[in-house]
Design a binder for this molecule. Structure first.
Ligand code: S3P
Length: 173
C-alpha cells in the first residue's frame, strides 16, 4: 500500500484526520512536524526563533525525503510543506496526496487558541492567514484530491478519503 499524504493549511484538520484515518485503515501515522521536532530536539517555535524559517524548511525537506520511500503510512505534513516543489514531488512519488481545506474564518477559529505555530504568533494573525492562503492556493491545488472539511464531521472526512483511496486502487487494477 502506498502512502496517504495529507497536505493543507494550518487548522484544516490534518492531524485529527490523519490520526483517525491511520487507525481506520491500520496504517502507521507519521507527522513531519513531530519528526522535525524529534530530530532537532526542540520545538518548531524554537527552531524558527533561533535558526529561522529557511533552516526549518531544510529540515522539513530532509524529513520528507527520508519518509516518502517507506510504504503504508498516513503522512500528516506541515502546512508549508508545499512551498518547496521538491517536497510535493517526493510525496507524490509514493503516495496519493489529499488536500484538506477550510475557509478563513474556520481556520482562524481553529488556530486562535494555540501558540505552537510561529507564523501565526504575530500581531494580525487574520491578515497573515489571508496572505498565506492567497500565496499558497496554487500550491495546494496540485494535490490529487481536495476535501473541504468546513462542514463535514471527522468521520465523514475519513470515510471520504477511504472512498478516494479505494477508487484509485480499483482504477489501477
Ligand atoms: C506551518 C505549519 C505548521 C508547522 C509550522 C509551519 C506552515 O504545521 O509545520 O508551524 O508554514 O503552514 P501545521 O499545518 O500542522 O500547523
Amino acid at each position: 500500500m502506498k502512502n496517504i499524504v495529507l497536505i493543507g493549511f494550518m487548522g484544516t484538520g490534518k492531524t485529527t484526520i490523519a490520526t483517525r484515518l491511520a487507525h481506520r485503515l491500520g496504517m502507521k501515522y507519521v507527522s513531519t512536524d513531530d519528526l522535525i521536532e524529534r530530530r532537532e530536539r526542540r520545538t518548531i517555535n524554537e527552531i524558527f526563533k533561533s535558526s529561522g524559517e529557511d533552516y526549518f524548511r531544510d529540515v522539513e525537506s530532509s524529513v520528507i525525503r527520508d519518509i516518502c520511500c517507506i510504504d503504508g503510512q498516513v503522512i500528516d505534513t506541515g502546512g508549508g510543506a508545499v512551498i518547496r516543489d521538491e517536497n510535493l514531488s517526493n510525496l507524490k512519488s509514493n503516495g496519493i496526496v489529499i488536500c484538506l481545506t477550510a475557509d478563513e474564518q474556520t481556520i482562524m477559529e481553529r488556530t486562535k487558541k494555540y501558540k505552537h505555530r510561529p507564523l501565526l504568533n504575530c500581531e494580525d494573525p487574520k491578515r497573515r492567514i489571508k496572505d498565506l492562503l492567497a500565496k499558497r492556493a496554487p500550491l495546494y491545488a496540485r494535490a490529487d484530491h481536495t476535501i473541504d472539511t468546513g462542514k463535514l464531521t471527522v468521520r465523514q472526512v475519513v470515510e471520504e478519503i477511504v472512498r478516494i483511496v479505494e477508487e484509485s486502487k480499483s482504477k489501477k487494477s
